[in-house]
Design a protein around this ligand. Sequence first.
Ligand code: PHE
Length: 445
Amino acid sequence: MAFMLAAAASAVGLGNLWRFPYLAAQYGGGIFLLVYLVLVVTFGFALMITEVAIGRHTGLSGVEAFRTLHRRFSCIGWIVNLIPLIILPYYCVIGGWVMRYLHAYLTYTREGRIAEIAGDTFFADFIAAPALPLQYGLLFILMTFGVVAWGLKHGIERSNKILMPLLLIMALAIAGYSLLQDGAMEGLKFYLMPDFSKFSYKTVLGAMGQMFYSLSLAMGIMITYGSYMRGEDNIEKSVRQIEWVDTGVSLLCGLMIIPAVFAFSGGSAEAMNAGPGLMFITLPRVFANTGYAAAIGGVFFTLALFAALTSAISLMETVVASIHDTFKTSRAFACLVTLLLTALLAVPSALGYGVWKHVTFFTDMSFLDFFDFLSNSVLMPVAALFTCLFVGWIIGPHVIINEAAGLRGFKHPRLYVVMIRYVAPLLITIILISSMLSGLGLFKI
Ligand code: PHE
C-alpha cells in the first residue's frame, strides 16, 4: 500500500496535466495517443517491472543497487542519478506557473480583473516578465524543500489521498463541460482518431520520452520504491495498477484540454501549437466561459498544485538521497546542496522566455525546452537502453523474472526476455540515432 501510494503520487503530476496534452496536440493527436498506449503496455511495463524488481532484489537504490548487481556497472546508476537533477529545476518552474495562476484566481476577483486571466496575452506577458516567473519558481522550490527537509511528507501524502480523487472528479467535469461546447467534437476526433500520415520517428521519440517522464521511469525512482516492497507483494499486479492510474489520468487531461482548444480557439492550428503553454492558455478560457471563473480556477489550480508538489517532492527526495549516498555527506548537507543546485538551475528555465529569450538551442528551443529535451529525449532513453542491456545480457533476465515471480509466478517470462534483450534496445537505438542524425541535418522524415 505504501509502495502504491508513493509510486502513484510520484507518477501523477504535471506530466499528466501539463505535458501530455500539449505533446498530444503537437504530435498529431490520435496517432500520438496510439503510439503512447502501445509503448506503455509493452516497453513501459517491462521497464517498470525491471526497476521495481531491481529495487526489491537489492533493497537499495540508484548507484548502490547497480553496484550490488555487478560491481563494474555502477556507472549506469550515475546516469540515472543525473536525470532527476536536470528535471527538478524546470519542473519547479512549471510548478511556479501553477502558483501564479492560483494566486491570480485568488486575488483578481477582489481587484475586478478576473477576466484578464483568460485574456490573450496573460500567459505570454507572465512568462516574458523580467522577474515574476523566477519568483514563483523559487517559491515552489522552497515549498518542496520545506516538505523534504522537515519531513512533512506524511501530511502531504495523507492529504493527497483526498485531493487526488478530487482532481480527477474535477477534470472529468471540466472535460464533460468542454465537450458540450460548439466545435469540441472536431477536437475529440483529432484526439482519438489516429491520422497515420502524421506518423514519424518524432512521434515515437516524443511518446517514449513522455512515457519515461509520466511513469517516473529511467531515473531510479521506481528502484527506490521497489526497495520498500515486501517479498510477498505481487510486482506485476502493482505495476499494472500504477500504469492504469497514470495513463487514465493522462487520457483524461487530454480530454479536458484538446477539445477545449478547438471549441474556444476556433480549432486554429496555431492554438494547437501553443506548446508548453497550452494548458495555461486553454483552461482559463473554459473557466471564464462557465461564468464562475474565480471559484473553478481557484479550486482547480489548488488541486493541480498538490499534484505537482507530490511529484516534485519525489524528485527532490531522489536528488537528496543520491547526493547523500554517493558522497557520504550528512542528509542536512545533501538537502542544502540540492536546494542551491535546484535554485541555480531554475534561473535559466524561468527567464528563458523573457530576459534570456535570445538564447536558444537547436531549432529555437528555450532553456526550459532544452532541459526537457535533454532529459526526456536523450538521457532517459540512454539510461533505459543501458538498463535493458545490463539486465538482458549481463546479469540475465532470470534475475528479474525470479524476483518478480515471487509466490504467484510471472505470467509472460518469454515475452519479457524478448522485450528486454532485443525489442527495447533496438527500438531505443533506432530512435536515438535517427533523432541525432536529423538534429545534425543529415536525415529527414
Ligand atoms: N511523473 C511525474 C509527472 O508526471 C513527474 C516526475 C518525473 C516525478 C520524474 C518524479 C520523477 O508529473
